[in-house]
Every structure is written in structure tokens, then in C-alpha cells.
Design a protein around this ligand. Structure first.
Ligand code: NAD
Length: 267
């Protein structure tokens, strides 16, 4: 039985993760659930909040307090919180699945360094469909290459903090790598006013924040006379949570190292 710690357990993803782990009760269980110290859910059985029935795990304000035994930690919180969970997992030799987005280059570097000692899987999007799309994008970029304009459009709910989404940036990175471009140099984030003709070597990003959209991404490869669009639409957070649970099962068996969903799905 794999024991799982869910940090940020009262959050949108946190609650869905508790539900997803509960649906896999033959292989895993939630053994630790953390919330912020000022969260009204502190000290409450996390099952009551997430699945409507007690599971015998009361939320704590920090890792190591109260019930503290776990094998894999699943983190969908904020970049700062992820860094403190990373330090805990490294000090206590625990595996991590990180879904938090908006990580800075420095924070990503800290994760890479920690992965020399513990197994860590990082994915800005845990859905199987999005990870398949990353593979399709690589193929599309290889075939359509420098003959087309490439634009990435993403839409998310009004509460999302980072923009563009981690998934949109990952899509851009995959395309840029395939075309031997440097995303930092070729990315264009939004446009306004009068400008020159579009430079074909750029990759454009457009962000929409509205209502309760769970997560839509479209990559357009537009040439003269035709265009190819690769679209993914998530309609439930459970798609991300199921992917994270699959990743947690997979990484529980692994040695230290930095892994991605592409490794889990053998894409
Ligand atoms: P949210 O704001 O609903 O949840 C985050 C939770 O973390 C909050 O409840 C907050 O109180 C809690 N938290 C913050 N710091 C904490 C700490 N130190 N200890 C304990 N709890 C702490 O946000 P969300 O929509 O659930 O998204 C969370 C993150 O996951 C975001 O970065 C989002 O972009 C990312 N995300 C990733 C995927 C993916 O597939 N990788 C999918 C959806 C969301």
C-alpha cells in the first residue's frame, strides 16, 4: 500500500487528489494532508471535505506534525510552498510528484539538484491527453517546420495565478526544441498596437482568463492556404488528479532522478 501525502489538500486540486487517491484504495491511501495554518479546514478529517466521508486523516499545518508517515508527496500548491516541500522530501528521503506551475528557472534548478538524491516527477500538466498532444506537436513542428506561423492560445478559470499556463509554455518549449529555436528569444506574449509583418520564427502566446474554464489549449500551425490546429480541452480536474495518482504509483518504485509524464506514459 503506497502512503501518499497531499499538500494543499483544501485547494481545488488538493481535494480532487484526495478523491482520486480514494478511488485507488486497492493500491494507495492518503496518510498525510496539509493545509495552511489559517485554513478553516485545519484539524478536519480531509475525507469529509473532499469525498463527503471521513478517511481517518486529520489535516495538519505542516509536514512532520501529527501523522507524518508517507512514501510519495503530491504537490499542487504554489512555487514557494513547493520549495519548502522539496526541502522536507530531500531531508527525509521521500519521492515527489510536482504539478505546481509558475516555477522560476531558479526553482526548477533547485528541483533538478534535489532529484540527484530523491525521485521527483514534474509535469505542468498531468493529463494523458495533453501529454499525447506534446508528442503530436513535436511531429507537427517537424513536418510543418519553418513554413508556418505558430500560435498558442490557452484559456483557464478566473482564479488561475500564472500566465501563460505552464502547459502552454511546455508546448512552446517542445516546439522550439524541435525547431532548434530558443523559446526565450522567439516567444511573443500578447500583441497590441501597430507592428511590422509577423516574423515567422516567433511563437505567439495568447491567454484568456474567464469563468470556470478548467483548461483549454490550442496550437495553430498556419501556412498560406491551410492550417493545422491541435486542441486539448480539459472538462474536469479529475483528469489531472488521475494522472498525478498514476505518476505517484509509478514513481514509488523508482530510484532518484528527474522524471516527466512522458516517462510514465512511455511516449
Ligand atoms: P488552489 O489555490 O485552489 O490550491 C492551492 C492550495 O495550496 C490552497 O488551498 C493553498 O492554501 C494551499 N497552500 C499553499 N501553500 C501551502 C503550504 N505551504 N502548505 C499547505 N498548503 C498550502 O489552486 P489549484 O487550482 O488547486 O492549483 C494549484 C497549482 O496546481 C497551481 O500552480 C496550478 O497551476 C497547478 N495545476 C497543475 C495541474 C497539472 O496537471 N500539473 C493541473 C491543475 C493545476
Amino acid at each position: 500500500m503506497i502512503k501518499v501525502a497531499i499538500v494543499g489538500a483544501a485547494g481545488r486540486m488538493g481535494q480532487t487528489l484526495v478523491e482520486a487517491v480514494s478511488q485507488n484504495s486497492n493500491a494507495m491511501c492518503v496518510s498525510v494532508a496539509t493545509v495552511l495554518a489559517d485554513d478553516p479546514a485545519l484539524g478536519v478529517d480531509i475525507g469529509l471535505l473532499a469525498v463527503g466521508a471521513a478517511i481517518g486523516v486529520e489535516t495538519v499545518a505542516e509536514l512532520g506534525a501529527g501523522q507524518s508517515d508517507f512514501d510519495v508527496l503530491i504537490d499542487f500548491t504554489s512555487p514557494e510552498a513547493t520549495m519548502s516541500h522539496l526541502a522536507y522530501c530531500q531531508a527525509n528521503n521521500k519521492a515527489m510528484v510536482i504539478g505546481t506551475t509558475g516555477l522560476s528557472g531558479e526553482q526548477q534548478q533547485a528541483i533538478e539538484t534535489a532529484a540527484e538524491n530523491i525521485p521527483i516527477l514534474v509535469a505542468p500538466n498531468m493529463s494523458v491527453g495533453v501529454n499525447l498532444c506534446l508528442k503530436l506537436l513535436e511531429q507537427a513542428a517537424r513536418v510543418l517546420g519553418d513554413e508556418v506561423d505558430i500560435e498558442i492560445t490557452e484559456a483557464h478559470h478566473r482564479y488561475k495565478k500564472d500566465a501563460p499556463s505552464g502547459t502552454a509554455l511546455k508546448m512552446g518549449a517542445v516546439i522550439a526544441d524541435t525547431l532548434d529555436r530558443d523559446l526565450e528569444e522567439c516567444a511573443v506574449y500578447g500583441r497590441e498596437g501597430i507592428s511590422e509583418e509577423r516574423d515567422r520564427s516567433t511563437i505567439g502566446f495568447t491567454t484568456i482568463r474567464a469563468g470556470d474554464i478548467v483548461g483549454d489549449h490550442t496550437v495553430t500551425f498556419a501556412g498560406l492556404g491551410e492550417r493545422v490546429e491541435i486542441t486539448h480541452k480539459a472538462s474536469s480536474r479529475m483528469t489531472f488528479a488521475s494522472g498525478a495518482v498514476r505518476a505517484a504509483k509509478w514513481i514509488a518504485e523508482k530510484e532518484s532522478g528527474l522524471y516527466s509524464m512522458q516517462d510514465v506514459l512511455e511516449l
